[in-house]
Design a binder for this molecule. Structure first.
Ligand code: FE2
Length: 393
């Protein structure tokens, strides 16, 4: 995240600077480290990213200049190593700037980079039915009382996009206490949380005893809720197991079996809508597979119940698009893609709703099944995790 860990920065132990020279009349500086690695930096980039208090607020780290303060003719006039820091003269503005060697190492961009479309970010581990014990699991009391345990659970979630929690108080609304461990609830038209149990004339198919194909929630929102939690308060029905599918695994499988199918789902917008409640007309136009500008896999949206007529695919591509859409769905349905578990009272699972699909098997009318769900935001979770990792190592 670190995302999806981070933005590609590499954190390593300090490696000493070994040399520096200027290239292209000072338009570029080349730094070398003791392990033989080297990286070039543009003078403009160095000016923009300078760490001095006139460029970056010492209080909050925010940049105090704009790109219009970075002259295109900026040159490195001189550079020297001083105690594993690089002292760099830049003109304009005609003064020296200091860059720690470790900072430059971490922020180098003169590196080979992957470009395959649909690849996952560093730190993301895709999974299939063999996930097993790698499913991050913790109890609520421990996550609440032990910061290391909470950090471990959240780190596992960051990597896998799914996590289980047990010993959650089996009372209405207790799932909000779980969200409170790392962030804030995202309230929607369904409320701060919503009830999931069999209903007559339900406003949403989730409230029946029908099985639900694996899906991401609320693709008709823009942005979609990035986290979903589902907590069990009662479960005495037959069936009704929950299962989860790693959408990123599905995309990788799709790419391996038919790369053109990945391209079709990524290139054309799909449409999603929900109008099942009075006063609600939610609509979004987004692809089923969302790739970043460099091809990194960012998100999947997959929900047959709320997919609107697809009208953004050119006529001569529509049959191929449906083949791709069907292929994606077939991979979702494969037993090898699915991890299933029965939620018992006091248990909760959380998914990254931009990545992991969840499903429910059909259940019999006898007995009661009472779940509560809510949404929250992944960025807040990752922020909490990052600070926990700084604190507890
Ligand atoms: Fe759902």
């Amino acid at each position: 995240m670190s995302a999806r860990p981070g933005f590609g920065g590499v954190t390593e132990g300090p490696i000493a600077l070994a040399g520096v020279d200027l290239v292209d009349g000072g338009a570029v500086l080349r730094a070398r480290w003791a392990d033989g690695e080297a990286a070039r930096f543009h003078a403009e980039w160095l000016r923009d990213c300078a760490l001095d208090p006139e460029t970056r607020s010492a209080a909050n780290g925010q940049r105090l200049i704009t790109v219009l303060d970075v002259a295109p003719q900026t040159r490195v006039t001189h550079a020297r190593i001083d105690q594993d820091r690089l002292v760099v003269g830049l003109d304009p503005p005609g003064r020296e700037f200091v860059f720690p060697g470790a900072w430059l190492r971490e922020h180098r961009y003169d590196i080979p980079r992957p470009s395959e479309p649909g690849r996952v970010a560093p730190g993301v581990a895709t999974w299939d039915c063999t996930l097993g014990d790698a499913l991050p699991t913790e109890t609520f009391p421990r996550a609440r009382d032990d910061r290391r345990a909470l950090a471990r659970w959240l780190a596992g979630f960051r990597e896998r996009g799914v996590a289980l929690m047990h010993e959650v108080p089996a009372r209405s609304g207790a799932l909000l206490d779980v969200v409170g461990l790392f962030g804030f609830v995202r309230e929607t038209n369904y409320g701060r949380w919503f009830e999931v149990r069999a209903e007559v004339d339900p406003v949403n198919l989730a409230y029946t005893n029908l099985g639900l194909q694996a899906h991401t929630d609320n693709p008709y929102r823009d942005p979609v809720p990035t986290l979903q939690l589902l907590a069990c308060l009662e479960n005495s029905v037959e069936g009704g197991e929950s299962s989860v599918v790693d959408g990123f695994h599905v995309v990788r499988t799709l790419r391996a079996e038919a790369p053109e199918h990945l391209e079709l789902l990524a290139r054309h917008p799909a449409r999603f809508e929900y109008a099942g409640s009075p006063g609600v007309r939610l609509r979004a136009r987004r692809p089923m597979v969302e790739l970043g500008p460099d091809g990194e896999l960012l998100a999947v949206r997959f929900n047959s119940r709320s997919t609107a007529p697809l009208i953004d695919v050119p006529f001569d591509q529509m049959r191929a698009y449906y083949a791709a859409y069907r292929h994606f769905s077939e991979i979702v349905e494969r037993p090898s893609s699915q991890v299933s578990f029965r939620l018992e009272p006091g248990s909760l699972f959380m998914v990254d709703n931009t990545r992991v699909l969840h499903a429910r098997r059909a259940f019999a009318g006898a007995g009661r099944r009472w779940l509560q769900g809510c949404y929250a935001d992944r960025d807040g979770l990752l922020s909490t995790l990052a600070t926990l990792e700084e604190d507890v190592g």
